[in-house]
Design a protein around this ligand. Structure first.
Ligand code: ADP
Length: 464
């Protein structure tokens, strides 16, 4: 048996219940004003109730019985309303007021009219236990939703208090205990200790929920910052690669286009040289050999340019297509931040990986998506559907937009270097994408989808 002067203990617990909620309210006054205030008033009500219990036999019964028990019920109800508010399921305070008034009415009936002490006590114990149970279950909801340790502590303590109170009600009803809140039995002592502890745990826990949230927000903003930095790094790399590739593609095409006339010049000079030799005319020999040598030098330079362009730095690694798409989606968010452009992604159930250079693969995605963004301008609802699937050893990624589709002249030429139907277009995006796909042992095709709009399909060898 714990030796304790229960009225004094109630009084101390009451003071604690007054001081702690006020402190918490002051700390949290800038956050969650409604729930913070409800939690604080609930705590004050509980504190007043405990002080009234402590004054039993000294003050009038109406204060130390009816009002004390009414406040004891009101306290967990108000705190439950605070947690409901935090769970975005606000509760009308009028119901709490009506419940408390109804409770006091029944209590008066048992106490003053029927003078049934056992019924009065057990009724109050069960009702208040039910209110604590509600409070505890709401704390559990917050604990699960926010993975909050503090809320779980609140849940555990109020649950214990609820069970203790209900047991006390059962003991009193079955005649094993005295129907008084300041009884000297073990359970009464345990309950008062639980009451004091729940004053501390309840208030510190409520504060803890907000602190945990602040920590969570700080963590999320740090993650977001890291994601943005990563995304802007990738975006810079792609932009740089874009510029280099555009210049490279132009140079490669020039090299290709010039090599034909150069070969012709070479052949023509050879032939002229031969014809003049047949006529025994050697006067132009020196010029022909100069011409030949220079054509040879030009040919070598073009060859070297082509070799240089072919040997690009490529870092192949295992890439999860879903991850690469999600990274690029974050980038296009910046391109379309002020416009509505809906990107829907359908992924296979199993993870699909390819061997690719992430920057180059992202560059294909970005080129294709950029075209879709431009093509869908003017549509009321702009959409792009990215579909990923696997067939045998091949990974497929298709991009279908709801734009007007390929212009008639584009259906055969889109993807050829320098073909463009845009006034400010360069016409290198798709051809770069095609050469990247080839470099990855894949292919890229563009056409019209049966439902309207253009569809670009990328195929790459899938990894196991
Ligand atoms: P650019 O965008 O500079 O024109 P691209 O090589 O990316 O160069 O595209 C070549 C052409 O292919 C475009 O000018 C356009 O005519 C056509 N095209 C590409 N994507 C689409 C699309 N999603 N819808 C309609 N036409 C497209």
């Amino acid at each position: 048996m714990i030796a304790m002067d229960l009225p004094t203990a109630f009084f101390i617990a009451g003071l604690l219940y007054l001081a702690l909620p006020l402190t918490v309210w002051l700390i949290l006054r800038d956050q969650g004003y409604v729930s913070n205030s409800l939690w604080c008033v609930g705590g004050l009500a509980f504190g007043c109730a405990l002080i009234l219990f402590g004054m039993r036999n000294q003050w009038q019964d109406i204060l130390t019985y009816e009002l004390a028990n009414g406040l004891l019920l009101l306290a967990p109800l108000l705190r439950s309303a605070a947690l409901r508010h935090e769970l975005h399921r606000p509760f009308k305070l009028i119901w709490i007021g009506l419940a408390t008034v109804g409770f006091i009415a029944v209590y008066v009936f048992f106490h003053a009219v029927m003078e049934k002490e056992t019924l009065r006590f057990s009724f109050a114990a069960f009702m208040i236990a039910a209110a604590f149970l509600w409070l505890s279950s709401l704390a559990r909801d917050i604990g699960l939703r926010e993975r909050s340790i503090s809320a779980k502590w609140i849940h555990a303590f109020y649950l214990a208090l609820s069970v203790g109170l209900a047991l006390r009600g059962v003991f009193v009803l079955s005649g094993h205990d005295e129907p008084t809140a300041i009884g000297q039995d073990t359970l009464s002592n345990v309950l008062i200790i639980l009451g004091v502890l729940s004053a501390i745990v309840g208030n510190v826990g409520f504060l803890g929920i907000f602190i945990e949230r602040m920590n969570q927000r700080a963590l999320e903003s740090a993650k977001e910052q890291a994601r943005l930095e990563e995304s802007s790094r990738l975006s810079d790399q792609i932009a740089q690669m874009d510029r280099r590739r555009s210049v490279g593609e132009i140079a490669a095409s020039l090299a290709h286009e010039l090599s034909q006339p150069l070969t012709n010049i070479y052949l023509i000079t050879d032939r002229m040289d031969l014809e003049l030799k047949q006529r025994n005319d050697t006067s132009l020999d020196k010029y022909f050999s100069d011409l030949n040598r220079n054509a040879q030098i030009a040919g070598d330079i073009l060859g070297r340019i082509r070799n240089f362009i072919r040997s690009k730095n490529t870092t192949f690694e295992r890439i999860e297509i879903a991850q690469a798409i999600s990274d690029v989606k974050a980038l296009i968010h910046d391109l379309t931040w002020n416009e509505s452009f809906d990107v829907q992604v359908s992924l296979p159930t199993q993870t699909l990986t390819v061997r690719a250079d992430i920057v180059q693969l992202s560059q294909i995605f970005l080129n294709v998506i950029r075209n879709a963004i431009q093509a869908t301008q003017g549509q009321t609802k702009r959409q792009l559907h990215i579909r990923v699937w696997r067939e045998g050893d091949t990974a497929y990624i298709s991009f279908t937009d709801n734009g007007p589709g390929l212009a008639p002249e584009a259906s055969h030429q889109a993807g050829n270097a320098f073909f463009t139907t845009k006034p400010d277009g360069l016409g290198v995006g798709l051809s770069i994408s095609k050469s990247i796909a080839l470099l990855h042992d894949g292919s890229l095709s563009i056409g019209n989808s049966p439902g309207g709009g253009a569809v670009v399909q990328l195929q790459l060898p899938a990894l196991d």
